[in-house]
Structures are given as structure tokens and as C-alpha cells.
Design a protein around this ligand. Structure first.
Ligand code: ZN
Length: 493
């Protein structure tokens, strides 16, 4: 930090105190930004699956407006926020080097918008539009892209897409030149400039988005056309490309999925064989006092990057534990959410890999659905689930045999997924719950989160005690449970 700013400190000594003050503010703002202290979740963008973080600074001499997504892959999030911090520091450095007398308040603006252009099980592509304006000159607009392997958090380089094709740049160069020269948007542009900007050098093809069946190449402002044209994107269909390049989009995706069927969490500063996960919390034996009625709150279909954490927060506030039946695929997408919920001592159950109706699948597929989820949850939390909840409650004797686990159904169902109404949900549960009940909820809706405090407070008043499913019932393999004691576990009929 000191070395980085030393030249500037020397530089500003020659100037007036306003500049010194401004510089100090830059230093502080830069530092805070680097530490992410100023980033707050943006409440306006709740509709997307990914939460957006926002950094805004309204300084008398400049404004900053940055938004970027939280992917919940620590490594990816770290890389993106690190990149943004560096770009912001660069803007502030440039601003310092410009005499302030030449700029007007409001002239100096920095905006950056990072958004997820594409995401799948294996790939996450981020497009970053940056605009930096200092003084009366035109804003400098640059598009940056990131393409990540979603599991490892590693960058996917363009040559990763064409591993067996040494001349892929020549092919891309020829294709882009052909596409651009015929592009009506660029009809007035000198062909020599188009040719120059599409020469087969890696820096000419460093900005790209891997979007499933499309490879989007972005030529930044000034690269293939004069700056006034802005960034120019072309979309190459990989199916077309595959005739010329040894490449197949599906194979690429499948490759990633099969290499990394389970999210290997890579944390900095943690030796790979050392557990980066939480130390499993052993279930606490619940001693019921006279008159207390045990019940279990169960939450299906998560982890959800937003609502699962909110549910866990409410449960924590009332110091009670719940049971989360997670979908393996979602656990892999949001390992940190699952890790946190498990670390708080909640019980984690298996709700299959992708939520199919198991009775429609082959035995092999059923096993895959259950096993992949077991392994994923174990990798993330350190503990494999001890019970299964089948999607839609549908099962048969084969499934029960193959799953080789207790199967947990439910006895109170407010249909929170249907009504999405907090009052209805709470009302139904409060009216119908009896001792030993297993209550079915879904931690993927805001109404469910909203209903929770009312449910907990009202039922606690009536003498109910909230426990996890394994605390409620003495579970046995191959048994199906709808309720816990006092009514004995109901065997399969
Ligand atoms: Zn479900």
C-alpha cells in the first residue's frame, strides 16, 4: 500500500491543501473499497437468482456507481471484486494526475456494471461494462469479460475451448473479419482497421463470453472501428464453428460436469487435505419437559442463495433447529449457503439431485439421484444426509429399498409454494399442528420466511418445542415416517 501510493504522496505535496484532502479521501475510499466494506446488497434486484452488490460514492469531485453479482463461489467472487477494486483505484489514480482545475464537479464519473451473461452447471460468464470519465473529455468505455469454471473458480481461456486446434485464432480471425466486413453497422469503417483489429493475436480475442451454444466475441471501442462506434460484439454459433474447429459445445459442458461432479471447495490459505468445512455439529439430545410437544419444521428445495439464509437467520434468532431437505444440484451451486446452514446445527436431508418424480425413473437413475446428493452434501458439510425426502412424496418399495435410508414424509402441509401468502401459511400451521408433526415448508419463497416468526411464536406459546427430524423420531432404514411420537412411526403400507 505504502509503495503503491508513495509517488502520489510525493506528488501531492507540491499542491494545495484541497488536493491533499482529496487525495486522503481517495486513499480511504480506495482502502475501504478494497476491503469491500462499502459494498451493500442492492435491495432492488431481488428477482434475480444472484444477489447484486452495489458500491456508490458521491464525492464532491467525483461519483462512483458500481454493481456486481454475488455468485456464491468464493473464488469467483474474490476474483471479480479484486478486479473491480483495481479498476476503481486506477480511475482514482488517473483523476489525481489530472489537474482538478480542468474538471468540473460532476464531470468525473466512474460506473461499472458487472452482470452474469450466462451460467450453467459448469460455466459462469460475466460481462463487465466500465465507463470512466475525467473532466470534459469523452468517457472511456471498456468491456471486460470473465469466463469461469463454476466448480473450481478457474478462468476458462479461449484455448481451453479449442484444446486440439493450434490454429483456432486464425479461424476466429477469418470468421470475425468476414462477419464484420458484412456488418451494416460498420459500413462506413475502413477495411484496414477491421483487418488490423481482427488479426489472429490473442489480445484481439481476449474479450469473449462463452454462452452455451454461442461464442460471443467482443471488440472493444477503437479496436475494429473508430471509438465512436463503441464496443462491437459478434455472436458465433458453435455448431457452425465446429465444422472448422474441433469443438463441440455440449462436449465442453459435459466435460466440465463430469470432471467436477462435486464442487471441490478451494479456499485460499487452507491446505487441500485439511478440512475447509465446518466441524460437524453433533445432534443435541432433546430432553422434553412435561407438557412439551415436539414438532419438526422441514424446509425443502433449497439451498436458495437468499431465502435459505433468511430462514436460518430466523431459526437462529429463536434458537431453534430445523431440517433442510436439499436438492443436490442446488447444493453444488450454492455450497456456501449449505455449509453455513449445516454449521449452524440444522439437520440436512437428501431431496434428490434434480427433483424428478422418482417413480418414473429407472433404478439406476434413482440411485444416481440419491447418491450424487449424498456425496455432494458430504463434501460440503462433512456429513452425508441420514434421511431422504422424495420429490412430490412419490415412492414405491423399490425406491425405498434402493435408497437404503429412512424416508421422511410430512403431516402438516400449508402448501406455501401455492399460496405464497404468509398469513395463510402461518394460519394453516397454527391451526393444524399437533405433537409429533412434521411440517412441510419450502425455503425458496419470501412468504415462507415472512410467516416463520409468527409460526414459531404462536406454537411456542402453545407448548410446542421445535426439533430436527432425527431428534423427533428414532429413525430406521427402509421405514417411511409421516409423524413422530406420540403416535408411532407409520410403516409403509
Ligand atoms: Zn421438493
Amino acid at each position: 500500500m505504502n509503495t503503491l501510493f508513495a509517488p502520489f504522496l510525493a506528488y501531492i505535496k507540491q499542491f494545495n491543501s484541497r488536493l491533499v484532502g482529496l487525495c486522503m479521501l481517495f486513499l480511504i475510499a480506495g482502502f475501504l473499497t478494497a476491503c469491500d466494506v462499502m459494498a451493500q446488497p442492492d435491495q432492488d434486484s431481488l428477482s434475480t437468482e444472484f444477489e447484486t452488490m452495489r458500491i456508490q460514492e458521491n464525492h464532491p469531485d467525483y461519483t462512483v456507481d458500481i454493481s456486481y453479482p454475488q455468485t456464491l463461489n468464493r473464488k469467483i467472487d474474490h476474483k471479480v471484486s479484486e478486479f473491480i477494486s483495481q479498476r476503481l483505484v486506477r480511475f482514482k489514480d488517473d483523476l489525481l494526475e489530472t489537474a482538478l482545475s480542468e474538471t468540473q464537479a460532476g464531470d468525473n464519473q466512474y460506473t461499472l456494471n458487472a452482470r452474469i451473461a450466462y451460467h450453467s452447471d459448469g460455466v459462469l460468464a460475466i460481462r463487465i461494462s466500465e465507463s470512466a470519465r475525467i473532466g470534459p473529455s469523452e468517457a472511456l468505455e471498456v468491456v471486460h469479460t470473465f469466463n469461469f469454471n463454476r466448480y473450481t473458480g478457474e478462468d476458462i481461456a479461449l484455448d481451453n475451448l479449442f484444446p486440439h486446434q493450434a490454429d483456432y485464432l486464425q479461424v476466429l480471425s477469418a470468421l470475425s473479419y468476414k462477419e464484420l466486413i458484412e456488418d451494416p453497422r460498420l459500413s462506413g469503417v475502413d477495411a484496414a482497421m477491421l483487418w488490423e483489429g481482427t488479426q489472429p493475436f490473442s489480445q484481439n480475442f481476449s474479450t469473449f463470453l462463452f454462452e452455451n451454444t454461442t461464442l460471443t466475441l467482443i471488440f472493444n471501442s477503437g479496436q475494429v472501428a473508430p471509438a465512436g462506434y463503441g464496443a462491437i460484439s459478434i455472436h458465433l454459433q458453435l455448431s457452425d464453428l465446429s465444422q472448422q474447429l474441433a469443438y463441440n459445445a455440449k462436449a465442453f459442458e459435459a466435460n466440465y460436469v463430469s470432471i467436477y461432479p462435486i464442487f471441490p471447495v478451494v479456499l485460499e490459505g487452507v491446505a487441500s487435505n485439511e478440512s475447509a468445512y465446518f466441524k460437524p455439529v453433533e445432534p443435541v439430545k432433546v430432553e422434553l419437559k412435561a407438557g412439551e410437544k415436539p414438532i419438526a419444521l422441514t424446509f425443502d428445495d433449497g439451498p436458495h442463495p437468499k431465502f435459505t439464509l433468511q430462514v436460518a437467520k430466523v431459526l437462529d434468532a429463536y434458537k431453534i433447529k430445523g431440517t433442510f431437505f436439499v436438492i443436490g444440484k442446488r447444493a453444488r451451486a450454492y455450497p456456501q449457503v449449505l455449509e453455513q446452514v449445516a454449521a449452524q446445527g440444522h439437520s440436512i436431508g437428501n431431496h434428490t439431485w434434480s427433483h424428478p418424480q422418482l417413480t418414473k425413473l429407472s433404478t439406476l437413475k434413482v440411485q444416481e439421484q440419491v447418491d450424487m446428493t449424498q456425496r455432494t452434501v458430504e463434501r460440503i458439510t462433512g456429513k452425508a444426509p441420514k434421511y431422504l425426502r422424495v420429490p412430490y412424496g412419490r415412492f414405491n418399495q423399490d425406491i425405498l429399498t434402493w435408497a437404503n435410508m429412512p424416508l421422511i414424509q410430512w403431516s402438516v402441509d400449508p402448501e406455501d409454494w401455492k399460496s405464497r401468502d404468509a398469513q395463510n401459511i402461518a394460519g394453516h400451521i397454527i391451526e393444524h399442528t399437533k405433537s409429533g408433526d412434521i411440517i412441510l415448508l419450502h425455503d425458496i419463497h419470501s412468504a415462507t420466511v415472512e410467516a416463520l416468526p409468527v409460526i414459531i411464536e404462536q406454537l411456542q406459546k402453545q407448548g410446542f418445542v421445535f426439533v430436527t427430524v432425527d431428534q423427533l423420531i428414532d429413525l430406521k432404514k427402509g421405514q417411511v415416517y409421516y409423524k413422530g411420537p406420540p403416535k408411532a412411526a407409520k410403516p409403509l403400507d
